[in-house]
Ligand binder design. Structure first.
Ligand code: SAM
Length: 205
């Protein structure tokens, strides 16, 4: 799906999700984007240095083409559950529509918290719990969304504070290729901060 992702994304959810997720992000900082894609572009536009972590070779190639010659971006091969980054090395970590693809979501959140500097902020946008099985077979989703209280618990267990999981104000919509099922799922925005004074910071959530 790598080559079609930008077009597909437009039909699934709007850029408003990204704007909510990135509200208050400060330029000049370092952000890890886990599961590369449309948030990478906006982080670069906003003057951050971005390390995009992505397991798919096809997505790598797509990103390399799209961002050829753009400064401030590094694309690394890796998964959310074993991030190829040292402890306390970034100011922000973002994962948009990635958590429902990972094998072990709480481990992925622990990893994202691990790479944050003190004061750094993790923001995850993903699907609320739903029952649309065709997203497993047609979109390769591993998880049919998440309960918000579960996500909040994973954030806290990863040592994050000021944890909030709220409505992103947008829905994700997708029509099944086979049959007439139509998924319409609300999106949550989860955020938390690594304790300590630091360079991260986020003016608003
Ligand atoms: C639905 S796409 C979202 C892409 C991007 N985050 C965006 O918002 O445009 C899911 C992405 O997560 C990546 N992905 C799948 N499993 C992953 C894992 N275990 N760790 C990190 N990324 C993963 C996929 O390769 C794909 O690029």
């Amino acid at each position: 799906m790598a080559a079609r992702w930008d077009r597909m994304r437009e039909s699934f959810f709007s850029a408003a999700v990204r704007e909510r997720a990135l509200a208050g992000v400060r330029p000049g900082r370092v952000a890890a984007h886990i599961g590369a894609g449309f948030m990478t572009e906006r982080l670069l536009n906003r003057g951050l240095r971005v390390i995009a972590i992505e397991p798919s070779a096809a997505m790598h190639a797509q990103m390399a083409r799209k961002f050829a010659g753009v400064e401030g971006l590094e694309i690394r091969e890796g998964t959310a559950e074993a991030l190829p980054l040292p402890d306390a090395s970034v100011d922000y970590a973002f994962a948009n529509m990635c958590l429902h693809h990972v094998e072990h979501p709480p481990r992925a959140i622990r990893e994202m918290a691990r790479i944050l500097r003190p004061g750094g902020v993790l923001v995850v946008t993903d699907l609320d719990e739903h029952r649309f099985e065709f997203l497993r077979t047609e979109h390769h989703d591993r998880w049919l969304g998440f309960r918000r209280e579960e996500v909040a618990r994973w954030f806290r267990e990863a040592g994050l504070v000021d944890v909030r999981v709220e409505c992103a104000g947008e829905d994700c919509c997708a029509r099944a290729c086979s049959g007439d099922a139509y998924a319409w799922v609300s999106i949550f925005l989860a955020s938390g901060r690594k304790p300590g004074p630091g360079a991260g910071g986020r003016d608003a959530i």
